[in-house]
Design a protein around this ligand. Structure first.
Ligand code: TTP
Ligand code: MG
Length: 385
Protein backbone atom coordinates (compact mmCIF):
# COMPACT_ATOMS: atom_id res chain seq x y z
CA UNK A 1 0.00 0.00 0.00
CA UNK A 2 1.27 3.47 -0.85
CA UNK A 3 2.32 5.73 1.99
CA UNK A 4 0.04 8.79 2.26
CA UNK A 5 1.52 12.05 0.95
CA UNK A 6 2.64 14.34 3.79
CA UNK A 7 0.97 17.77 3.97
CA UNK A 8 1.80 20.08 6.86
CA UNK A 9 0.29 23.55 7.19
CA UNK A 10 1.94 26.20 9.36
CA UNK A 11 -0.21 29.18 10.28
CA UNK A 12 1.08 32.33 12.01
CA UNK A 13 -0.82 35.54 12.83
CA UNK A 14 0.54 38.68 11.19
CA UNK A 15 2.12 41.24 13.56
CA UNK A 16 -0.10 39.63 16.18
CA UNK A 17 0.03 42.07 19.12
CA UNK A 18 -0.31 45.05 16.76
CA UNK A 19 -3.26 43.45 14.94
CA UNK A 20 -4.99 42.87 18.28
CA UNK A 21 -4.40 46.52 19.28
CA UNK A 22 -5.76 47.67 15.91
CA UNK A 23 -9.03 45.91 16.65
CA UNK A 24 -9.29 47.95 19.88
CA UNK A 25 -8.29 51.17 18.17
CA UNK A 26 -8.94 51.14 14.38
CA UNK A 27 -7.50 54.67 14.06
CA UNK A 28 -4.04 53.05 14.20
CA UNK A 29 -4.67 51.20 10.91
CA UNK A 30 -2.09 51.93 8.22
CA UNK A 31 0.30 53.64 10.65
CA UNK A 32 3.78 52.53 11.70
CA UNK A 33 2.93 51.12 15.13
CA UNK A 34 5.50 49.84 17.60
CA UNK A 35 4.62 47.85 20.70
CA UNK A 36 7.38 47.86 23.26
CA UNK A 37 8.86 49.14 26.47
CA UNK A 38 10.05 52.61 27.36
CA UNK A 39 11.26 54.81 24.48
CA UNK A 40 14.66 55.17 26.13
CA UNK A 41 15.40 51.83 27.76
CA UNK A 42 12.94 49.30 26.33
CA UNK A 43 13.01 46.94 23.35
CA UNK A 44 10.54 46.40 20.52
CA UNK A 45 8.06 43.59 21.24
CA UNK A 46 6.65 43.73 17.72
CA UNK A 47 5.67 46.31 15.13
CA UNK A 48 3.31 46.81 12.21
CA UNK A 49 4.42 46.02 8.67
CA UNK A 50 4.39 49.78 8.00
CA UNK A 51 7.11 50.19 10.66
CA UNK A 52 9.04 47.19 9.31
CA UNK A 53 9.59 49.08 6.05
CA UNK A 54 11.91 51.35 8.03
CA UNK A 55 13.92 48.41 9.35
CA UNK A 56 12.24 48.21 12.75
CA UNK A 57 11.98 44.65 14.12
CA UNK A 58 11.32 42.63 17.29
CA UNK A 59 13.94 42.75 20.05
CA UNK A 60 15.52 45.94 18.66
CA UNK A 61 16.28 48.64 21.28
CA UNK A 62 13.51 51.25 21.21
CA UNK A 63 16.06 54.04 20.84
CA UNK A 64 17.26 52.53 17.58
CA UNK A 65 13.69 51.89 16.40
CA UNK A 66 12.75 55.53 16.98
CA UNK A 67 15.82 56.65 15.07
CA UNK A 68 14.80 54.52 12.11
CA UNK A 69 11.14 55.53 12.26
CA UNK A 70 10.73 58.77 14.27
CA UNK A 71 7.04 59.16 13.44
CA UNK A 72 6.14 55.68 14.73
CA UNK A 73 3.21 55.45 17.13
CA UNK A 74 4.23 53.78 20.39
CA UNK A 75 1.67 51.54 22.04
CA UNK A 76 2.02 49.84 25.39
CA UNK A 77 1.00 46.20 25.45
CA UNK A 78 -2.44 45.46 26.87
CA UNK A 79 -2.45 42.83 29.56
CA UNK A 80 -4.72 39.87 28.85
CA UNK A 81 -5.73 40.97 25.35
CA UNK A 82 -3.38 38.73 23.36
CA UNK A 83 -4.03 35.51 25.23
CA UNK A 84 -7.76 36.05 24.70
CA UNK A 85 -7.33 36.35 20.94
CA UNK A 86 -4.87 33.47 20.93
CA UNK A 87 -7.42 31.23 22.66
CA UNK A 88 -10.08 32.27 20.14
CA UNK A 89 -7.90 31.34 17.16
CA UNK A 90 -6.91 28.07 18.86
CA UNK A 91 -10.57 27.22 19.34
CA UNK A 92 -11.32 27.75 15.64
CA UNK A 93 -8.36 25.62 14.55
CA UNK A 94 -9.11 22.84 17.04
CA UNK A 95 -12.72 22.69 15.89
CA UNK A 96 -11.56 22.02 12.31
CA UNK A 97 -8.42 19.95 12.76
CA UNK A 98 -7.99 17.31 15.44
CA UNK A 99 -4.33 16.86 14.61
CA UNK A 100 -2.82 20.25 15.24
CA UNK A 101 -0.07 21.69 17.39
CA UNK A 102 -0.01 25.10 18.99
CA UNK A 103 3.65 26.05 18.67
CA UNK A 104 3.49 29.51 20.29
CA UNK A 105 0.99 32.21 21.20
CA UNK A 106 0.25 32.87 17.51
CA UNK A 107 1.44 29.90 15.46
CA UNK A 108 0.01 26.48 14.69
CA UNK A 109 0.82 23.36 12.70
CA UNK A 110 -1.93 21.26 11.14
CA UNK A 111 -1.19 17.77 9.85
CA UNK A 112 -3.13 17.13 6.64
CA UNK A 113 -1.17 14.05 5.64
CA UNK A 114 -3.11 11.80 3.25
CA UNK A 115 -5.95 14.31 2.99
CA UNK A 116 -5.34 15.01 -0.70
CA UNK A 117 -7.48 11.92 -1.35
CA UNK A 118 -10.50 13.74 0.04
CA UNK A 119 -9.95 17.46 -0.51
CA UNK A 120 -7.36 19.91 -1.72
CA UNK A 121 -5.11 20.66 1.30
CA UNK A 122 -4.28 24.14 -0.01
CA UNK A 123 -7.94 25.07 -0.48
CA UNK A 124 -8.77 23.63 2.94
CA UNK A 125 -6.11 25.73 4.65
CA UNK A 126 -7.15 28.80 2.65
CA UNK A 127 -10.71 28.34 3.93
CA UNK A 128 -9.37 28.02 7.49
CA UNK A 129 -7.34 31.23 7.06
CA UNK A 130 -10.45 33.03 5.78
CA UNK A 131 -12.57 31.80 8.66
CA UNK A 132 -10.00 32.90 11.26
CA UNK A 133 -9.78 36.41 9.81
CA UNK A 134 -13.52 36.79 9.25
CA UNK A 135 -14.34 35.55 12.75
CA UNK A 136 -11.67 37.26 14.84
CA UNK A 137 -10.59 40.15 12.60
CA UNK A 138 -6.95 39.02 12.81
CA UNK A 139 -4.89 38.59 9.62
CA UNK A 140 -2.99 35.32 9.37
CA UNK A 141 -0.61 33.74 6.85
CA UNK A 142 0.23 30.13 6.12
CA UNK A 143 2.74 27.90 4.41
CA UNK A 144 1.91 24.40 3.20
CA UNK A 145 4.65 21.86 2.55
CA UNK A 146 5.78 18.28 3.08
CA UNK A 147 7.14 18.98 6.58
CA UNK A 148 6.99 21.44 9.46
CA UNK A 149 10.26 23.18 8.80
CA UNK A 150 9.62 23.97 5.13
CA UNK A 151 6.03 24.99 5.95
CA UNK A 152 7.26 27.43 8.60
CA UNK A 153 9.80 29.02 6.27
CA UNK A 154 7.10 29.24 3.59
CA UNK A 155 4.80 31.11 6.00
CA UNK A 156 7.54 33.63 6.58
CA UNK A 157 7.89 34.17 2.84
CA UNK A 158 4.11 34.46 2.42
CA UNK A 159 3.66 37.20 5.06
CA UNK A 160 1.74 39.42 5.47
CA UNK A 161 -1.76 38.10 4.77
CA UNK A 162 -0.43 35.50 2.35
CA UNK A 163 -0.44 31.81 1.50
CA UNK A 164 2.30 29.75 -0.09
CA UNK A 165 2.40 26.08 -1.03
CA UNK A 166 5.70 24.35 -1.71
CA UNK A 167 4.90 21.33 -3.92
CA UNK A 168 6.44 17.95 -3.08
CA UNK A 169 9.91 17.70 -4.54
CA UNK A 170 10.35 21.49 -4.78
CA UNK A 171 11.66 21.97 -1.23
CA UNK A 172 15.32 22.45 -2.16
CA UNK A 173 14.45 24.71 -5.06
CA UNK A 174 12.38 26.93 -2.76
CA UNK A 175 14.97 27.06 0.02
CA UNK A 176 18.18 27.50 -1.99
CA UNK A 177 18.01 31.28 -2.69
CA UNK A 178 16.98 32.19 0.88
CA UNK A 179 19.48 33.47 3.47
CA UNK A 180 20.64 30.88 6.03
CA UNK A 181 19.15 33.03 8.80
CA UNK A 182 15.69 32.09 7.50
CA UNK A 183 16.15 28.60 8.95
CA UNK A 184 14.47 28.54 12.37
CA UNK A 185 17.07 28.33 15.11
CA UNK A 186 19.83 29.95 13.07
CA UNK A 187 20.61 33.13 15.01
CA UNK A 188 22.98 36.02 14.29
CA UNK A 189 25.94 34.23 15.84
CA UNK A 190 25.59 31.17 13.60
CA UNK A 191 24.89 33.36 10.55
CA UNK A 192 28.25 35.11 11.13
CA UNK A 193 30.08 31.83 11.61
CA UNK A 194 28.59 30.44 8.39
CA UNK A 195 29.54 33.62 6.57
CA UNK A 196 33.21 33.08 7.44
CA UNK A 197 32.87 29.71 5.68
CA UNK A 198 31.37 31.40 2.62
CA UNK A 199 27.88 30.10 3.39
CA UNK A 200 25.34 32.89 2.90
CA UNK A 201 22.31 31.24 1.32
CA UNK A 202 20.65 27.95 2.17
CA UNK A 203 21.79 26.75 -1.26
CA UNK A 204 25.42 27.26 -0.21
CA UNK A 205 24.91 24.54 2.41
CA UNK A 206 24.24 22.01 -0.37
CA UNK A 207 27.93 22.08 -1.34
CA UNK A 208 28.86 20.24 1.87
CA UNK A 209 28.19 16.64 2.83
CA UNK A 210 26.83 15.80 6.28
CA UNK A 211 30.22 14.81 7.73
CA UNK A 212 31.83 18.05 6.62
CA UNK A 213 29.06 20.14 8.17
CA UNK A 214 29.18 18.10 11.35
CA UNK A 215 32.96 18.60 11.62
CA UNK A 216 32.59 22.33 11.06
CA UNK A 217 29.51 22.99 13.19
CA UNK A 218 28.89 19.99 15.45
CA UNK A 219 25.22 19.08 15.97
CA UNK A 220 24.11 22.23 14.15
CA UNK A 221 25.81 20.74 11.11
CA UNK A 222 23.52 17.70 11.02
CA UNK A 223 20.47 19.90 11.44
CA UNK A 224 21.54 22.32 8.69
CA UNK A 225 22.37 19.45 6.33
CA UNK A 226 18.82 18.11 6.60
CA UNK A 227 17.16 21.53 6.76
CA UNK A 228 18.84 22.74 3.55
CA UNK A 229 17.52 19.71 1.69
CA UNK A 230 14.02 20.22 3.08
CA UNK A 231 14.40 16.86 4.77
CA UNK A 232 14.26 17.78 8.44
CA UNK A 233 11.22 15.96 9.81
CA UNK A 234 9.46 16.44 13.13
CA UNK A 235 6.00 15.33 14.14
CA UNK A 236 2.98 17.55 14.58
CA UNK A 237 2.07 16.68 18.11
CA UNK A 238 -0.70 17.85 20.31
CA UNK A 239 -0.27 16.25 23.69
CA UNK A 240 -3.87 17.06 24.59
CA UNK A 241 -5.26 14.92 21.80
CA UNK A 242 -5.29 11.16 22.02
CA UNK A 243 -2.92 9.86 19.39
CA UNK A 244 -3.84 6.22 19.49
CA UNK A 245 -6.53 3.84 20.63
CA UNK A 246 -5.36 0.47 21.80
CA UNK A 247 -6.55 -2.68 23.46
CA UNK A 248 -4.36 -5.29 25.11
CA UNK A 249 -5.24 -8.59 26.65
CA UNK A 250 -3.13 -10.73 28.96
CA UNK A 251 -4.17 -14.38 29.01
CA UNK A 252 -4.66 -16.25 32.26
CA UNK A 253 -3.10 -19.27 30.59
CA UNK A 254 -0.51 -19.17 27.84
CA UNK A 255 -2.03 -19.67 24.40
CA UNK A 256 -0.55 -21.47 21.41
CA UNK A 257 -3.62 -22.05 19.21
CA UNK A 258 -3.33 -19.56 16.37
CA UNK A 259 -7.05 -19.84 15.48
CA UNK A 260 -7.92 -18.86 19.03
CA UNK A 261 -5.37 -16.03 18.97
CA UNK A 262 -6.77 -14.71 15.68
CA UNK A 263 -10.32 -14.80 17.02
CA UNK A 264 -9.15 -12.82 20.03
CA UNK A 265 -7.43 -10.30 17.78
CA UNK A 266 -10.55 -9.82 15.67
CA UNK A 267 -12.58 -9.18 18.80
CA UNK A 268 -10.06 -6.63 20.04
CA UNK A 269 -9.89 -4.97 16.62
CA UNK A 270 -13.65 -4.55 16.52
CA UNK A 271 -13.45 -2.93 19.93
CA UNK A 272 -10.77 -0.36 19.01
CA UNK A 273 -12.45 0.39 15.66
CA UNK A 274 -15.68 1.05 17.54
CA UNK A 275 -13.83 3.45 19.88
CA UNK A 276 -12.30 5.13 16.85
CA UNK A 277 -15.66 5.82 15.27
CA UNK A 278 -17.00 7.01 18.57
CA UNK A 279 -14.28 9.67 18.54
CA UNK A 280 -15.28 10.48 14.95
CA UNK A 281 -11.79 9.77 13.71
CA UNK A 282 -10.24 7.57 11.10
CA UNK A 283 -6.88 5.81 11.42
CA UNK A 284 -4.03 5.33 8.97
CA UNK A 285 -1.82 2.96 10.97
CA UNK A 286 -2.46 -0.44 12.54
CA UNK A 287 -0.13 -2.11 15.04
CA UNK A 288 -0.18 -5.64 16.44
CA UNK A 289 1.77 -6.60 19.54
CA UNK A 290 2.62 -10.08 20.82
CA UNK A 291 4.29 -10.93 24.12
CA UNK A 292 5.53 -14.47 24.67
CA UNK A 293 5.70 -16.40 27.93
CA UNK A 294 9.33 -15.32 28.43
CA UNK A 295 8.30 -11.65 28.14
CA UNK A 296 9.90 -11.26 24.74
CA UNK A 297 7.69 -8.66 23.04
CA UNK A 298 7.33 -7.98 19.33
CA UNK A 299 5.19 -5.50 17.47
CA UNK A 300 4.67 -4.69 13.84
CA UNK A 301 2.75 -1.90 12.14
CA UNK A 302 1.32 -1.18 8.73
CA UNK A 303 0.30 2.13 7.15
CA UNK A 304 -3.02 2.05 5.35
CA UNK A 305 -5.34 4.53 3.69
CA UNK A 306 -7.23 6.38 6.44
CA UNK A 307 -10.32 4.34 7.26
CA UNK A 308 -12.99 3.57 9.83
CA UNK A 309 -13.84 0.23 8.28
CA UNK A 310 -13.68 -2.88 10.51
CA UNK A 311 -13.05 -5.22 7.60
CA UNK A 312 -9.92 -3.33 6.51
CA UNK A 313 -8.58 -3.19 10.07
CA UNK A 314 -9.25 -6.91 10.55
CA UNK A 315 -7.57 -7.83 7.27
CA UNK A 316 -4.51 -5.75 8.24
CA UNK A 317 -4.38 -7.17 11.76
CA UNK A 318 -4.50 -10.75 10.42
CA UNK A 319 -1.70 -10.00 7.98
CA UNK A 320 0.45 -8.48 10.73
CA UNK A 321 -0.27 -11.38 13.08
CA UNK A 322 0.69 -13.96 10.46
CA UNK A 323 3.96 -12.15 9.83
CA UNK A 324 4.69 -11.74 13.50
CA UNK A 325 3.62 -14.93 15.24
CA UNK A 326 6.18 -17.67 15.64
CA UNK A 327 3.97 -20.71 15.31
CA UNK A 328 3.70 -22.87 18.42
CA UNK A 329 5.21 -20.28 20.79
CA UNK A 330 3.36 -19.64 24.01
CA UNK A 331 1.59 -16.27 23.94
CA UNK A 332 1.09 -14.28 27.11
CA UNK A 333 -0.35 -11.04 25.67
CA UNK A 334 -1.91 -9.70 22.49
CA UNK A 335 -2.42 -6.05 21.58
CA UNK A 336 -3.97 -4.02 18.76
CA UNK A 337 -3.45 -0.32 18.25
CA UNK A 338 -4.93 2.19 15.78
CA UNK A 339 -3.05 5.46 15.28
CA UNK A 340 -2.30 8.32 12.86
CA UNK A 341 -5.75 9.78 13.19
CA UNK A 342 -7.09 11.96 10.42
CA UNK A 343 -9.43 14.91 10.16
CA UNK A 344 -13.12 14.49 10.88
CA UNK A 345 -14.02 16.36 7.66
CA UNK A 346 -13.25 13.26 5.65
CA UNK A 347 -15.60 11.18 7.72
CA UNK A 348 -18.50 12.33 5.59
CA UNK A 349 -16.86 10.73 2.56
CA UNK A 350 -15.83 7.66 4.45
CA UNK A 351 -19.25 7.06 5.88
CA UNK A 352 -20.75 7.36 2.43
CA UNK A 353 -18.11 5.08 0.94
CA UNK A 354 -18.90 2.27 3.32
CA UNK A 355 -22.63 2.74 3.25
CA UNK A 356 -23.14 -0.86 2.28
CA UNK A 357 -21.42 -2.04 5.41
CA UNK A 358 -24.48 -2.69 7.54
CA UNK A 359 -22.53 -3.91 10.51
CA UNK A 360 -20.58 -0.69 10.69
CA UNK A 361 -23.67 1.44 10.57
CA UNK A 362 -25.36 -0.61 13.25
CA UNK A 363 -22.37 0.09 15.43
CA UNK A 364 -22.46 3.81 14.69
CA UNK A 365 -26.22 3.99 15.24
CA UNK A 366 -25.90 2.11 18.48
CA UNK A 367 -23.42 4.68 19.78
CA UNK A 368 -25.57 7.57 18.62
CA UNK A 369 -28.63 6.09 20.30
CA UNK A 370 -26.78 5.44 23.49
CA UNK A 371 -24.86 8.67 23.84
CA UNK A 372 -26.76 11.18 21.69
CA UNK A 373 -25.44 12.84 18.57
CA UNK A 374 -23.58 15.62 20.37
CA UNK A 375 -22.08 13.43 23.02
CA UNK A 376 -20.58 11.37 20.24
CA UNK A 377 -18.21 14.18 19.31
CA UNK A 378 -16.98 14.56 22.83
CA UNK A 379 -16.73 11.01 24.10
CA UNK A 380 -13.06 10.42 24.92
CA UNK A 381 -12.75 7.29 26.96
CA UNK A 382 -9.74 5.88 25.21
CA UNK A 383 -7.02 3.63 26.36
CA UNK A 384 -3.72 5.26 25.65
CA UNK A 385 -0.28 3.61 25.49
P1 TTP B 1 5.79 36.58 15.92
O1 TTP B 1 4.82 35.69 15.25
O2 TTP B 1 7.23 36.24 15.88
O3 TTP B 1 5.69 38.06 15.33
P2 TTP B 1 4.41 38.84 14.85
O4 TTP B 1 3.19 38.04 14.92
O5 TTP B 1 4.36 40.15 15.60
O6 TTP B 1 4.78 39.20 13.35
P3 TTP B 1 4.81 38.20 12.10
O7 TTP B 1 3.83 38.76 11.13
O8 TTP B 1 6.21 38.29 11.60
O9 TTP B 1 4.46 36.85 12.58
O10 TTP B 1 5.40 36.73 17.42
C1 TTP B 1 4.04 36.76 17.87
C2 TTP B 1 3.87 37.75 18.99
O11 TTP B 1 4.72 37.41 20.07
C3 TTP B 1 4.23 39.17 18.60
O12 TTP B 1 3.15 39.90 18.03
C4 TTP B 1 4.68 39.74 19.91
C5 TTP B 1 5.21 38.59 20.71
N1 TTP B 1 6.69 38.62 20.71
C6 TTP B 1 7.35 39.04 21.85
O13 TTP B 1 6.71 39.36 22.87
N2 TTP B 1 8.72 39.10 21.83
C7 TTP B 1 9.45 38.77 20.74
O14 TTP B 1 10.69 38.86 20.75
C8 TTP B 1 8.75 38.31 19.58
C9 TTP B 1 9.53 37.93 18.34
C10 TTP B 1 7.38 38.25 19.61
MG1 MG C 1 3.11 36.10 14.09
Amino acid sequence: MNKPLPYIAHLDLDSFFVSAELLQNPALKGLPVIIGGSATRGVVTTCSYEARKYGVKSAMPMIKAMELCPHAVLVKSTRGLYSKYSAWVTQIISSKAPLYQKASIDEFYVDLTGMDKYFNPYEWTLALKKEITETTGLPISFGLASNKLVAKIATDEAKPNGALQIPHGMEQFFLAPLKVGKIPGVGNHLVEKLQTLGIVTIGDLLLYNENELENLLGKNGNYLYKAARGEYISEVNNSRESKSISNEHTFDEYQTNSDFLLTELVRMTEKVAFELRREEKSAACVTVKIRYHNFETFSKQLHIEPTIDDSIFIKTVKKLFNELYKSGKKVRLLGVKLSQFQLPQIQGNLFTDVKKNQQLFHAIDAVKLKYGKNALQKAITVKKD
